[in-house]
Design a protein around this ligand. Structure first.
Ligand SMILES: [Zn+2]
Ligand SMILES: [Zn+2]
Length: 372
C-alpha cells in the first residue's frame, strides 16, 4: 500500500494542481469502496483523499515536500488534532454529509457583555469595582459531564458510536455513500441515559457571581475591558467564554470631559471680574485656588495643567480648563443703578454706545465658546 502521496495519486512530483485534481477524480472513481470490492479499497481510498487534500493545497504541498508531514503542516507545528487533518472537509465537498467521527459534546461557553457605570472621578483615577454577573457556571454535581455521577453514556445502537449513519446514493461517481448525522444520538455517538438531575443534563447552571474588576484610570465611555475565561462556562466541560465589561460614565454636575481634559464653568460677578479676586474650586485633586485677574473678560479660560483625566496608555494627565463666565448684574436697586451710572460717567461711557473693540471681544467670546 503506497503511503507516498504522489505515489498514491500516481502523479509525478512536478505535477500541476490541475494534474493532481484529474488524477484524484480518476482514481477516486475506481477506488471508491462502493464500487471496489477489494479488502483494502476503503483504506486506499482514505489515503487517496489525504493525498489529494495535502497536494491540492500549495502551502500544505510545500510543507509535505520539505518535512514529509502527513498533514502538510509546517515544521514545528504544535497544534492539536493530527490524524486525518482536514480530510473530513474534502470528503464533505465530494460526497456531502458530515465530517468523520462522532461529534464532541464539548463546546466553548458564550462571551458575555455587561455595562458598568462609574463616576467621572473613577475614570480619572481608576477604580476596582465589584460587578455582579448572572452567568452559566459548570454544574458542581456532575462537573459539567451532564451525566448523573457514577453513570456513563451508552454507545448509540444506531450508529455504533460513529455519530453518523450512511446510505447509498447515486451520483456521477456511481453509487456513493451519503453520510448524515445520526438522528438518534445527534452525532455524539453515545447517549446519556441517566442525565444529571441537578442541571437537567445541561452540565451547567445559572448563577449570580460577583467579580472584582480593575477599571484602569483613563477609561472612557464605550471602552471595553476584556476578562478572558470569565464568560459563560463551556458546555460539557468545554472552555469558558470571555466576559467584556463596557464602561459608561455618570455625568458630573461640575465637570465635563473632552478627551483627557476636564472642563468646568465658573460664574464670576462683574465687579469681581473687574477688580480681580480669588475663587476656590473643588476639584478631584482637592480644593484649588484660582486667580481671577483684574479686568477678566467673560469666556476667559484658566488652565490647571495635569489636573485632568489620566492617560489610559502612557503617563501623565490631561488639563483642567476653567471657563470664567462674567455675570452682569440684573434686578438692580435704585442705589445700585445710581452707582453704576456714576461709574459710567466717571469712565466717560454713554448709554447706547459701543466700540469696535467690544464687537471684537464678542466675536472672540463666541469663538471661545464654540471651540469648547
Ligand atoms: Zn449536572
Ligand atoms: Zn447514533
Amino acid at each position: 500500500m503506497p503511503t507516498d502521496y504522489y505515489e498514491a495519486l500516481g502523479v509525478d512530483r512536478s505535477a500541476s494542481t490541475e494534474d493532481i485534481k484529474k488524477a484524484y477524480r480518476k482514481k477516486a472513481r475506481r477506488l471508491h469502496p462502493d464500487v471496489n470490492q477489494a479488502d483494502d479499497a476503503e483504506e486506499q481510498f482514505k489515503i487517496l483523499g489525504r493525498a489529494y487534500e495535502v497536494l491540492s493545497d500549495p502551502q500544505k504541498r510545500q510543507s509535505y515536500d520539505t518535512t514529509g508531514d502527513p498533514n502538510g503542516r509546517p515544521a514545528g507545528f504544535g497544534g492539536a488534532g493530527g490524524g486525518f487533518g482536514g480530510f473530513g472537509d474534502i470528503f464533505e465537498t465530494f460526497f456531502g454529509g458530515g465530517s468523520a467521527g462522532p461529534a464532541s459534546r464539548t463546546r466553548r461557553g458564550q462571551d458575555s457583555l455587561i455595562r458598568v457605570r462609574i463616576d467621572l472621578r473613577d475614570a480619572v483615577f481608576g477604580v476596582t469595582k465589584e460587578v455582579e454577573v448572572e452567568t452559566a457556571v459548570t454544574c458542581t454535581v456532575c462537573n459539567g459531564s451532564c451525566m448523573r455521577p457514577g453513570t456513563s453514556p451508552t454507545t448509540c445502537p444506531d450508529c455504533h458510536g460513529a455519530g453518523q449513519t450512511q446510505r447509498p446514493m447515486r451520483s456521477i461517481l456511481g453509487t456513493v455513500i451519503q453520510t448524515q448525522t445520526c438522528p438518534r444520538c445527534s452525532g455524539f455517538g453515545n447517549i446519556i441515559e441517566d442525565p444529571c438531575q441537578e442541571c437537567d443534563g445541561q452540565g451547567r447552571a445559572r448563577e449570580r457571581k460577583t467579580l472584582k474588576v480593575k477599571v484602569p484610570a483613563g477609561v472612557d465611555r464605550g471602552n471595553r475591558i476584556h476578562l478572558a475565561g470569565e464568560g459563560e462556562a463551556g458546555i460539557a466541560g468545554g472552555p469558558a467564554g470571555d466576559l467584556f465589561i463596557e464602561i459608561d460614565i455618570r455625568p458630573h454636575s461640575v465637570f465635563t470631559r473632552r478627551g483627557n481634559d476636564l472642563h468646568a464653568t465658573v460664574n464670576v460677578p462683574m465687579t469681581a471680574a473687574a477688580l480681580g479676586t480669588h475663587i476656590n474650586l473643588d476639584t478631584f485633586d482637592g480644593e484649588e485656588s484660582l486667580e481671577v485677574r483684574p479686568g477678566t473678560q467673560s469666556g476667559e479660560v484658566l488652565t490647571l495643567r495635569g489636573k485632568g483625566v489620566t492617560h489610559l496608555r502612557g503617563t501623565g494627565r490631561g488639563d483642567l480648563k476653567v471657563h470664567l463666565k462674567v455675570e452682569t448684574p440684573s434686578r438692580l436697586s435704585d442705589k445700585q443703578k445710581e452707582l453704576l451710572r456714576m461709574l459710567a460717567e466717571e469712565r466717560g461711557e454713554k448709554p447706547g454706545e459701543s466700540s469696535t473693540e467690544h464687537k471684537g471681544m464678542f466675536a472672540k467670546l463666541r469663538e471661545a465658546w464654540e471651540s469648547v
